[in-house]
Design a protein around this ligand. Structure first.
Ligand SMILES: [Zn+2]
Length: 267
């Protein structure tokens, strides 16, 4: 079970209990022991990572504190595992621990100085915020909400191929919520911009944190209302209606897109 940490704590590796869990990561990977089966413990890294290195507390997994740190290269003896695959192969608490440690460590590394006056920031001990003592500006970890929508027309589902996808994968329509928008506004705008379709009867399903680097994916369904699907924004190469019992290749397990599509196909 994973519980989040609500205060700013940074500690040197040398001062951590031996059994504390360490989430070391770079832009794409998390570094794991035993061929990718588990995260390393503090004691196992004392010879390979400098004891003076600072780590950021993210939370507690199965009664052990979890600490995050970004590294530039694969530490000796560890295996680089792509972060996305952690969501597929590991339990939910594990994925939450990796997400939170990663997001907090990255947030702290990007908030050393005040964006208003340029002074060095302090990290509050009572609140998860960075504070400027000179101009009182406060900085909290930012989360970027994004919508991902299953558009249904009877027993057909609208799926799109994005030029960034490999292997002719088809997925749901997705996009970021913009400043000043409600989630509903974002769904209608994003779908119209990307496909020229109008939808109705939005229904919220569930969400998934997606730490690449700081998204929160909000999953919804919508019913088709009007229009013909046309790929509009240059990102999509093809959009089609697929019968729910005859789907193309879809995103890998672990993603919210996979979960939504599979659940709809089961009904
Ligand atoms: Zn300031």
């Amino acid at each position: 079970m994973f519980t989040v940490n609500q205060t700013n704590r940074e500690e040197h590796l040398a001062s951590l209990p031996d059994d504390d869990i360490i989430v070391l990561f770079d832009r794409k990977c998390v570094f794991m022991c035993d061929g990718g089966a588990r995260l390393p413990r503090a004691a196992e890294l004392r010879t390979s990572i400098g004891e003076e290195e600072l780590l950021v507390l993210g939370g507690n997994l199965n009664r052990h504190d979890c600490w995050g740190m970004q590294v530039a290269a694969v530490p000796p003896g560890l295996l680089a595992v792509e972060c996305r695959s952690v969501f597929v192969t590991q339990e939910a608490g594990f994925a939450s621990a990796v997400s939170r440690c990663r997001e907090l460590a990255e947030w702290r590394s990007r908030h050393r100085f005040c964006g208003c006056c340029g002074s060095r920031l302090d990290f509050s001990s009572s609140d998860l915020a960075a504070k400027c003592d000179k101009c009182n500006a406060l900085y909290y970890p930012q989360i970027a909400p994004a919508v991902i929508v299953a558009i249904l027309r009877g027993n057909e589902l609208l799926l799109a191929n994005n030029r960034r996808f490999t292997d002719r994968v088809y997925s749901l329509i997705a996009g970021f919520v913009e400043a000043g928008e409600s989630v509903e506004d974002a769904v209608h705008r994003e779908i119209f911009e990307e496909t020229s379709l109008r939808v109705k009867n939005l229904r919220y399903l569930y969400s998934q944190p997606w730490p690449f680097p700081n998204s929160l994916m909000l999953g919804l369904t919508a019913e088709y209302d009007s229009g013909e699907p046309v790929p509009n924004d240059g990102e999509l190469t093809d959009i089609q209606w697929f019968p729910l019992d005859k789907l193309p290749r879809i995103p890998a397990p672990g993603s919210i897109a996979h979960r939504i599509i599979k659940e709809l196909a089961k009904k």
